[in-house]
Design a protein around this ligand. Structure first.
Ligand code: S3P
Length: 744
């Protein structure tokens, strides 16, 4: 912990200087706060407002007295900084820490270097990203820096002790301190702050120069007001900033001017595709950014962690519609983007995983409208129409996005990098890199075949006949999608049937796929034709309600319009083998996928040896099925399911830990688990705290266990439920569970 500052001298008592002085004084961060300003009036206000302990008229009066433990903050407008540094330089001892708050760092650093002949180790350049259109000591606000960023741009010459003191001052007034280089700072601020101010001034000035401006301003409502709030900021300050950061400002201004020119041409040419493209991308980016700022998190870690507290007991009933199928939602965006024409999707899953895929295609230039209430309109760019994204594609928690995209992207003309969150960054990717390399792709992974994946562009792929070493729909889909671009025929042969949504949807987009038993093949080079897609409810998400009804006496629930593709119904088969009462009603086929309403009523369950051929057909449903097995009479044995160990968590281990905590007798094995079922009647689970290990399906499985628990169950780390099942808690409570979200 650095020592308390002795004397803090703030030169310039504008909004930032006076707020820092008062915050430091209020929070007892220094022995004395001394203020200096050119304006006698400001000094009087600073004293009477309790901003400082004392004031000095002339900085010379105090500078030579300062020494070890003291700090000077230069809080004057950017272009006045040289005058102050020139005054200070002959007087200040080299033990005094000097920092500044100017919005441009390059010009300040050059000034200091010029006057001192070098960068003195006592100098720590800084910039608090706080402020408002209000200025001066009258606007003093000691909470101005709370949770705001302060950027420090220390130089190689900057002394570590001086840096630590400045960091600790800013942290002490509530700020979050970040270090960055001077150049990065000035470029970033030019784009995010200096340019917007310039534009706000320009727009207001343009409008006020129009002859009829009185009339115009009378009608200037929301848009004008929102856009130009910052044009009321201190003109001198912004003049200084723009001049001091001219190069970086000019560079972003050039880019914006080009962009405005191209929009102008689009308007002239009535090019709605272009306008819609720019607007949807920008609107999405702005939304994403708002959510990040609010820590609501779309594809970003949330600031607050969500835990579930489940009150024991209850049953489930009613008719509910579960959100859309995740696998089909991903594929609808991918194929819709690569098709020619406009694809309309309804029932799209607005979960973070499928939104990650959607965002990735937006990043590659595809115009995608929505989602609004599950409706997405994709303006396909054709099989060769994707553009290089500006940076790495961030795929959050979504293994499906990364594995399927790697196939598509292996054949593009551009390089691309795929990244993900902590869980995805641990998952095996060699399983897709290996067949893609056989096809001629160039892909680098991190050690152990983990993400990020770096894919080289400009490779012509060749078709292969690939026999999958494991039953994986993601690997199969990856190879087939790469095959769209490959010379000749690409075929996959799988060791056991896995979900076939890719094959079905390719056919729906008019692409010929030959399927014979375990083999699927296509010939590269054809086009996809846009279509409409009705995404059924996700049977994997429906599973939690099916198991809930199967274990809670008195339950009777109907789940509407659920996908019952034969490659996905392992959960129905297994529950029926265990004695569950399940009926499939209103069976139909929509867009090549079978659907039904699933009615499930409570009936006592018994343990079984789960047939291995059901494992790939129920691969995502095992965490919930383990809860069913715990509530069944007798023993349930699962084998042949080692894939569960490399899902969003090691699902065998995570479920075994949690079930044991709740008092269930389970024994994990390398490829499965043995579960001793409890009594047919009464409570199965004790209460307690279990950890979802950031895995959505583990979290939801333990939530339904509450139906047969003796005491409350607390489930830690449930944020990722949003990846596959937005609104899970509300829907669960509507059906009869009692779950409360607790934030910490
Ligand atoms: C999926 C395939 C499965 C499944 C995942 C979604 C897909 O993964 O677990 O949730 O959409 O293709 P594997 O291919 O790794 O088995």
């Amino acid at each position: 912990m650095p020592q308390k500052i002795n004397r803090l001298v703030v030169i310039g008592l504008g909004l930032i200087g006076s707020s820092l002085a008062k915050a430091a004084r209020d929070r007892d961060l220094c022995n004395e706060v001394i203020g200096s300003s050119r304006s006698p009036e400001t000094l009087i206000k600073a004293m009477s407002g309790g901003v400082v302990d004392r004031v000095v008229d002339q900085i010379e009066d105090i500078a030579s007295e300062l020494g070890e433990g003291d700090m000077v903050v230069i809080g004057v407008p950017t272009l006045t900084v040289p005058t102050i540094v020139r005054q200070l330089q002959p007087l200040l001892a080299d033990t005094v820490t000097i920092t500044d708050v100017a919005s441009v760092k390059g010009s300040v650093v050059d000034t200091v270097a010029g006057i001192y002949g070098k960068i003195p180790s006592q100098f720590v350049p800084g910039h608090p990203i706080a402020g408002s259109e209000k200025s001066g000591v009258d606007a003093v606000n000691p909470t101005l820096f709370d949770d705001h960023r302060v950027i420090l741009t220390p130089l190689p010459e900057t002394g570590a002790a001086h840096l630590a003191k400045v960091q600790s001052l800013w942290q002490g007034v509530g700020a979050v301190v970040t270090d960055m280089s001077v150049t990065d700072h000035d470029e970033i601020l030019a784009a995010t702050s200096h340019l917007p101010h310039l534009l706000a001034y320009a727009l207001v000035d343009t409008l006020s120069n129009m002859r009829e401006n009185q009339e115009i301003f009378r009608y200037a409502a929301g848009g004008f007001r929102d856009f130009t709030r910052i044009a009321a900021s201190d003109p001198l300050m912004w003049h200084d900033i723009i001049i001091a950061n001219d190069k970086a400002v000019l560079s972003v201004l050039d880019q914006l001017t080009d962009h405005i020119q191209s929009l102008k041409q689009a308007i002239v040419a009535s090019d709605s595709e272009k306008l819609l493209g720019v607007f949807t991308r920008a609107s999405e980016a702005r939304n994403h950014f708002t959510k990040m700022l609010e820590n609501k998190a779309y594809l970003e870690p949330m600031k607050q962690t969500i835990d579930y507290r489940v009150t024991p007991g209850g049953k489930v009933s009613g008719e509910i519609r579960i959100p859309g199928d995740k696998s089909i939602s991903h594929r609808s965006i991918m194929l819709g983007s690569l098709a020619q024409g406009v694809t309309e999707v309804t029932g799209f899953l607005e979960g973070e995983d499928s939104l990650a895929t959607l965002q990735a295609f937006r990043d590659m230039g595809v115009v995608i409208e929505g989602p609004i209430d599950g409706r997405v309109v994709i303006h396909g760019v054709g099989i060769n129409g994707l553009k290089a994204p500006a940076g790495p594609l961030y795929l959050g928690n979504s293994g499906t996005s990364m594995r399927l995209l790697s196939g598509l992207l292996a054949a593009q003309s551009f390089d691309v990098e795929l990244t993900g969150d902590a869980s995805l960054s641990k998952r095996p990717m060699e399983r897709v890199a290996e067949p893609l390399r056989k096809m001629g792709a160039v892909i680098e992974t991190e050690e152990g075949g983990r993400p990020p994946l770096r894919i080289k562009g400009g490779r012509q792929l060749r078709g292969i006949d690939y026999t999958l070493p494991m039953a994986s729909a993601q690997v199969k889909s990856c190879v087939l999608l790469a095959g769209l671009y490959a010379d000749g025929k690409t075929s996959t042969t799988e060791p056991a049937p896995t979900r076939d949504h890719t094959e079905r949807m390719l056919s729906g987009f008019g692409y010929q796929v030959d399927r014979q038993g375990a083999m699927a093949a296509l010939i590269g080079g054809a086009e996809l034709a846009a279509t409409t897609i009705d995404v059924p409810a996700d049977i994997s998400s429906a599973t939690f309600y099916m198991v809930a009804a199967a274990i809670a006496p008195g339950s009777d629930i109907t789940l509407l319009h659920v996908g019952i593709n034969p490659t996905r119904i392992g959960v129905i088969n297994i529950l029926q083998m265990m004695g569950a009462d399940i009926q499939l009603l209103n069976q139909a086929e929509v867009g090549g996928e079978p659907v039904a309403d699933i009615r499930i009523r409570y009936a006592p369950l018994h343990g079984i040896n789960i047939p291995e051929d059901q494992v790939p057909l129920a691969i995502d449903e095992f965490p919930a099925l383990f809860v069913a097995a715990a509530c069944a009479e007798g023993q349930t044995v699962l084998t042949g399911a080692e894939e569960l160990r490399v899902k969003e968590s090691d699902r065998i281990q995570a479920m075994a830990y949690g079930l044991q905590t709740l008092g269930v007798d389970v024994e994990p094995t390398p490829d499965g688990i043995v579960i001793q079922g409890g009594a047919v009647q009464g409570n199965i689970f004790g209460g307690g705290t279990v950890d979802s290990e950031d895995d959505h399906r583990i979290a939801m499985s333990f939530a339904i266990a509450g139906l047969r628990a003796k005491d409350s169950i607390v489930i830690k780390n449930c944020n990722n439920v949003a990846t596959s099942f937005p609104g899970f808690v509300a829907l669960a409570n509507q059906a009869g569970l009692k779950i409360v979200e607790e934030k910490r």
